[in-house]
Design a protein around this ligand. Structure first.
Ligand code: ADP
Ligand code: MG
Length: 621
C-alpha cells in the first residue's frame, strides 16, 4: 500500500509531538475524547436535521479500552465517523488555523511548554504512541482505516470495521529513561485523567474496570471481575449552580476549554429563564491570544442546544468590540432541527446576544469600579478593541462603550475615565483637552500642550492610532466637547488676550505673508498662535483632520494618496520670531525652511529633504 506524506505543517507539528519532552503528555486523552464527543454531537445534530427525532442521546458513548499485552489503548465513539476521503483530509492536514499558526511558530523545542495553550488536537496522540490506527465507519460509506507511525507518512485503506463511528488505537511507545508510558495502561490513571480533563463531556465515557472478588464456593480464592464504569460525571459545569462551583473549577474549565495559560480576568455565569432561557458562561481573558489581531482569529462563543454543541464558534453571539470574550451559551430553546445558516438569523440568538452584550458591558463597568488595577491591566490588553468599537459603525455603539474607556491623564500620570476627567475640571474649563502622538513621551513634549497645561487644565494623552477617531466620533462627554490642543480653533484666551492677538496679527501681516511665499504650497496658511510657550512654531491640521489622523490614514492601504496641507503657526512671543522681521528675503527663506522642518519633526512627520535640513543647520551653526 502506497504511503502518503503529511502536509508540511502537519509534519512539523507531528515531529514535535513525536519528539516531545513535554511533561503534560497526558493531554492527548483530553484531545481524543473531545474529538469523540464532537463526532457524536455531529451525528446527533445531522440526524435531527434530517428529521430523525427518535434518537436517544443517552445511547451514545465513548469507550476507553486497554490491552496490557499488546500495550494498546483505544478510544472508541459512535459518532459521525469518517469516510476514507475524510480520514485523509482531516488527519493528513491541520485544519485549524490556530494549530497551524502554532506549528509555524514553533521553531525550537523549548517552546514545547506552550503546548497546553493550544488545542493541538489529534496529533497529540503521537506524544505517547509510536503507531496510531484509526478505524472509522461513516453511515452510507465503506469503512476505512488510517494508520501512521509518524514522520514517514500514513496509509488509508478499506476495512471491515462494522459499527458506525470511530475507534482510535494507540500503540504506546516503549518505556524509556525519561518516560514511562505504562501509566496509560493503568485503569486508575486513565480514570483520573478523564475526571481531570473530561468530566463535563456530556456523553458517558466508559471503561471496563477490573476488581478482585472472592471466587464463588471458595474460601480464599479470588478472581478479577470486570465491570463497566462511567468515568465522567457528565454534568456540564455551566449547568451546576453558581454556589456549587469553586473559583478553581471555573478557572480549570477555562484553561482546558479555551487553552489559556493564565487565569481569566473575570468570569460571568449567567442563567435566565422565562421568555428567553439560556445559560452562558463567559470569561474575560487577561491577555490576548497570540492570533488576536490576525485574520485567523475567530471571535465567537460555543453554542449548545441543551448540552449538545451545535457550533464551535458562533460569531453572532458577540459584537466585534467584545470579540475578546471567551465562553459558551447553552439554550434549551434553540431548535436542533434548524440549519446553521438559519441559526444565524435566529431571533432567539440575537435576543441572547443582545442580553449578553449588556452583561459584558456591566461587568466591565463593575471591574472598573471594584477592581481598578485589574481593569487597567485588562484595558491595556483589550482597550484598543473597545476604542475601535466606539469609532466603528459611525459611532453607533459609542454611547454604550464610552464609560469603559481609559486614557492617560497628563496631570495625574495615570489612566482615567472620561467621567473622572470631567469631574476634575476646574471652574471655567469648557472643553476636554487631548493631545495625540506616537508615544506618551512624544505627546508630553508636544509644544501645543504647554499653554493648556499652564492654564491648569488636564490633557488626555492619546497614543493609539484609533484614539482620536474615537473621541471625534463621541464629540463630547457630559456636554463637554473634546478639543485637540492642536486644533486651530482652540479657544483658550481671555477677551483682552484675544484683542492683543488681533493687533499682533495686523502688525505682522506682512511678515507672515513673506513666510507663506517662501514656503509656498507646502502650507495652507501661516498664522500666529498663543498656545505655544517655549517653541517658536507648530504645525496643525485643518479643522476636522489633525496631523495625527493624517498619519494614521497615510498608513492604511492606499493611504499614500491622502491629501493634507498643514497650517504653520508661529509664537509671536518667541525671541526668534522677533528676529524674523529684521531679515532680508533670502535669509527669511532659509529661516522659514528651518522652522517648518522643526515643526514637522515635533509633529512626528518625516522631512522631505533631511540632507538639506542638516546642511542648513550646519551652515547656521
Ligand atoms: P479539531 O478537533 O480542533 O478540529 P483535531 O486535530 O483534534 O482538530 O481533529 C481534526 C479533525 O479530525 C476533526 O476536525 C474531525 O473532523 C476529525 N476527527 C478527529 N477525531 C474524530 C472522531 N473521533 N470522529 C470523527 N471525526 C474525527
Ligand atoms: Mg480536536
Amino acid at each position: 500500500m502506497a504511503k502518503k506524506q503529511f502536509k508540511t505543517e502537519s509534519k512539523r507539528l507531528l515531529d514535535l509531538m513525536i519528539n516531545s519532552i513535554y511533561t503534560h503528555r497526558e493531554i492527548f486523552l483530553r484531545e481524543l475524547i473531545s474529538n469523540a464527543s464532537d463526532a457524536i454531537d455531529k451525528r446527533y445534530y445531522a440526524a435531527m436535521q434530517a428529521g430523525n427525532t427518535g434518537l436517544n442521546r443517552d445511547e451514545y458513548e465513548i469507550r476507553i479500552e486497554v490491552d496490557e499485552q499488546q500495550r494498546t489503548l483505544s478510544v472508541t465513539d459512535d459518532g459521525c465517523g469518517m469516510s476514507a476521503e475524510e480520514l485523509e483530509t482531516n488527519l493528513g492536514t491541520i485544519a485549524k488555523s490556530g494549530t497551524r499558526a502554532f506549528a509555524q511558530s514553533l521553531e525550537n523545542a523549548e517552546d514545547i511548554n506552550v503546548i497546553g495553550q493550544f488545542g493541538v488536537g489529534f496529533y497529540s496522540a503521537f506524544m505517547v504512541a509510536d503507531k496510531v490506527t484509526v478505524y472509522s465507519h461513516k453511515e452510507g460509506e465503506t469503512a476505512a482505516v488510517w494508520e501512521s507511525t509518524g514522520e514517514d507518512g500514513y496509509t488509508v485503506s478499506e476495512c471491515d470495521y462494522e459499527p458506525i463511528g470511530t475507534k482510535i488505537v494507540l500503540h504506546l511507545k516503549a518505556n524509556g529513561d525519561e518516560a514511562n508510558y505504562d501509566e496509560f495502561l493503568q485503569e486508575y490513571r486513565l480514570s483520573s485523567l478523564v475526571k481531570k480533563y473530561s468530566d463535563y463531556i456530556r456523553y458517558p465515557i466508559r471503561m471496563q474496570v477490573g476488581h478482585q472478588q472472592k471466587k464463588e464456593g471458595t474460601e480464599d480464592e479470588y478472581e478479577t471481575v470486570y465491570e463497566d464504569q462511567t468515568l465522567n460525571s457528565r454534568v456540564p459545569l455551566w449547568s451546576k449552580n453558581k454556589n456549587e462551583i469553586t473559583k478553581e473549577e471555573y478557572n480549570a474549565f477555562y484553561r482546558d476549554t479555551f487553552y489559556d495559560f493564565e487565569e481569566p480576568a473575570s468570569v460571568l455565569h449567567i442563567r435566565t429563564e422565562g421568555m428567553l432561557s439560556y445559560t452562558a458562561l463567559l470569561y474575560l481573558p487577561k491577555k490576548p491570544p497570540f492570533d488576536f489581531n490576525t485574520k485567523g482569529f475567530k471571535r465567537g462563543l460555543k453554542l449548545y442546544a441543551n448540552g449538545v454543541m451545535i457550533m464551535e464558534s458562533c460569531e453572532e453571539l458577540l459584537p466585534e468590540y467584545f470579540g475578546f470574550v471567551k465562553g459558551l451559551v447553552d439554550s434549551p430553546d434553540l431548535s436542533l432541527n434548524i440549519s446553521r445558516e438559519m441559526l444565524q438569523h435566529d431571533r432567539q440568538l440575537s435576543a441572547i446576544a443582545n442580553n449578553l452584550k449588556k452583561k459584558i458591558q456591566q461587568e466591565l463597568l463593575r471591574m472598573l469600579k471594584d477592581e481598578r488595577d485589574a481593569y487597567a491591566e485588562f484595558f491595556r490588553a483589550f482597550g484598543r478593541t473597545l476604542k475601535f468599537g466606539v469609532y466603528d459603525n459611525y459611532g453607533m455603539n459609542a454611547e454604550f462603550l464610552k464609560d469603559t474607556l481609559l486614557f492617560h491623564s497628563r496631570a495625574l500620570d495615570k489612566e482615567i475615565t472620561l467621567k473622572e476627567y470631567v469631574d476634575a475640571m476646574p471652574e471655567g474649563q469648557k472643553q476636554i483637552y487631548y493631545a495625540a502622538g506616537d508615544s506618551l513621551a512624544h505627546v508630553l513634549k508636544l509644544p501645543q500642550t504647554e499653554k493648556v497645561a499652564e492654564k491648569g487644565y488636564d490633557i488626555l494623552c492619546l497614543t493609539d492610532d484609533v484614539d482620536e477617531f474615537a473621541l471625534r466620533i463621541l464629540r463630547e462627554y457630559d456636554g463637554k466637547p473634546f478639543a485637540s490642543v492642536s486644533d486651530p480653533s482652540l479657544d483658550l484666551a481671555t477677551d483682552d488676550e484675544k484683542k492683543a492677538m488681533e493687533e499682533k496679527k495686523t502688525e505682522s501681516k506682512e511678515l507672515l505673508d513673506r513666510i507663506k511665499t517662501a514656503l509656498g504650497d507646502r502650507v495652507s496658511e501661516v498664522g500666529l498662535t498663543d498656545r505655544l510657550k517655549s517653541a517658536v512654531a507648530c504645525l496643525t491640521g485643518e479643522e476636522g483632520m489633525s496631523v495625527e489622523m493624517y498619519k494614521v490614514l497615510r498608513q492604511m492601504p492606499n493611504g499614500e494618496t491622502v491629501p493634507m496641507t498643514f497650517r504653520l503657526e508661529l509664537n509671536p512671543e518667541h525671541p526668534l520670531f522677533k528676529k524674523l522681521g529684521t531679515l532680508n528675503d533670502a535669509q527669511l527663506g532659509e529661516y522659514a525652511e528651518l522652522i517648518f522642518a522643526q515643526a514637522k519633526l515635533m509633529a512626528g512627520l518625516p522631512l522631505d529633504d533631511p540632507a538639506a535640513f542638516s546642511e542648513a543647520v550646519c551652515k547656521l551653526m
